[in-house]
Write a protein that binds this ligand. Structure first.
Ligand code: UDP
Length: 422
């Protein structure tokens, strides 16, 4: 199959851990390279955010990344990219004259807009089928962030429109399917393919980075308030009261190339909170860390804490589980599915520092429980979340769609292939 992936802000070639570079970059990179290894021709289209980027980068056999001129060639926050989606669509349409895809798979709602436009402009009578993965939904973001949500106002109606206009939608977890239904998207054209974890990079056993205190707990992610790192800082004094004072909280993640941690408002907010409640000595802000250093860091922790206000999927808990580390997870979004309560980690209610402290105290007190949960996590990550499996689920959705599309064009009835539709 010739597959066009569209990822307007999240290039698979970008450094991770900055404010707009996280799970979507990992997802697009891993899915595309696994599909290419399975024999497909994959081209990832992304916005040029640096004037020196080559137009086309051959990444691996069957996998290329194309940088399209759409807006100024510099980093721009993703919420300001909407005005450039027409140019992105036009760039793709031009490229498709030479590299026509069998289908286009868009990641994030804005990519969906560009993909639908490019598809319709290329051949209005026979548009290229469009598959959509949202990664995050504006309706959920608005519910949790309220007026702090910086999404363009038009997201409220354009995003559901993308879902309704796309030929197929791939959700990453059951929770998202309910949200999609509430947006008026037909569940008959929705299937689930989760995010995966790179099991070669994150194997079950391996070296751990040394640590200086008795215990280390770890938080990994983009430094944005909704990731809830402040809640973990607030849990530290409670953890001390429970008898665990010699604990380091390591926070991995930064703010992109533009800012140092000292200049970053969120890093400053977290440090000043730690100072206010007297736990500054327990907090290590590590900044952005390259991917290949992550496994040793995960393994150095007694527990990984993921306590966002909400989380569309969350790749970090999967990486922690793959490395054999138990996860304390807020019971929200995709985390409810990936982290099995009492088996691969402990669920806590959202925004609840006391519950985080209690869960951590249980884990720190019981090395046997930690290693049982770690082993169960590795088994779960390996059996259910390999990129091979995710790519195969995705491929199944593509084939269902293409079969439906062909029969539609030939006027036949539409019988969705068994197993792919919900
Ligand atoms: N990450 C990284 N270095 C960092 C911070 C994060 O490699 O300094 C990676 C992390 O290991 C994970 C991804 O960025 O693979 C974050 O994905 P997740 O889905 O958990 O969160 P998102 O950023 O999509 O909200």
């Amino acid at each position: 199959m010739k597959i066009a992936m569209v990822s307007e802000h999240a290039s698979p070639l970008a450094a991770l851990g900055g404010v707009d570079a996280g799970g979507q970059n990992v997802h697009v990179a891993a899915l595309s390279s696994t599909l290419a290894k399975r024999g497909h021709q994959v081209t990832v289209y992304t916005r040029r955010d640096d004037p020196d980027l080559p137009a086309r980068v051959a990444v691996a056999p069957g996998l290329a990344v194309v940088h399209i001129d759409a807006g100024p060639p510099r980093q721009i926050p993703k919420d300001q990219l909407l005005p450039f989606m027409g140019e992105l669509a036009e760039g793709m349409r031009r490229d498709w004259k030479r590299h026509a895809p069998d289908l286009v798979h868009a990641h994030f709602w804005m990519s969906g807009l560009a993909a639908l436009q490019a598809s319709r402009r290329t051949d209005p009578a026979n548009p290229v089928p469009v598959v959509q993965t949202f990664h995050a939904l504006g309706s959920v973001k608005r519910r949790h962030q309220g007026s702090a949500d910086t999404s363009p106002v038009a997201r409220a109606w354009l995003e559901p429109w993308v879902g309704r206009a796309a030929d197929w939608v791939i959700a990453t977890c059951p929770d998202e399917v309910f949200e999609l239904k509430a947006l008026g998207i037909d569940p008959a054209k929705v299937s689930i393919a989760p995010c995966g974890v790179d099991l070669d990079l994150f194997p079950g056993t391996g070296a751990a980075e040394p640590r200086t205190r008795t215990h280390r707990i770890l938080s990994v992610g983009r430094l944005v308030p909704r990731k809830g790192v402040d809640l973990v800082i607030e849990a530290l004094p409670l953890l001390s009261e429970a008898g665990f004072a010699d604990v380091e909280l390591m926070v991995v993640g930064g703010s992109g190339d533009a800012l140092t941690l000292e200049d970053d408002p969120e890093a400053r907010r977290l440090t000043s909170l730690a100072r206010q409640i007297g736990v500054e000595h327990q907090l290590s802000m590590r900044g952005q860390v390259p991917r290949n250093a992550m496994p040793g860091i995960f393994r150095s922790a007694d527990a990984v804490v993921c306590t966002p206000w909400y989380e569309p999927f969350g790749i970090v808990p999967l990486e922690a589980m793959a490395c054999g580390v138990p996860v304390v997870a807020a019971a929200v979004g995709g985390l409810r599915e990936t982290v099995v309560d009492q088996q691969t980690g402990l669920h806590v209610p959202p925004r609840d520092p006391a519950a985080i402290a209690a869960a951590l105290a249980r884990l720190l007190a019981d090395p046997e429980m930690r290693s049982d949960m770690g082993r169960a996590g590795t088994r779960r990550a390996q059996s259910r979340y390999s990129w091979e499996r995710v790519a195969s689920d995705t491929e199944k959705a593509y084939r269902t769609l293409l079969a439906t599309h062909r029969s539609q064009s030939s006027g036949e009835g539409l019988e969705p292939l068994e197993g792919a539709a919900l």
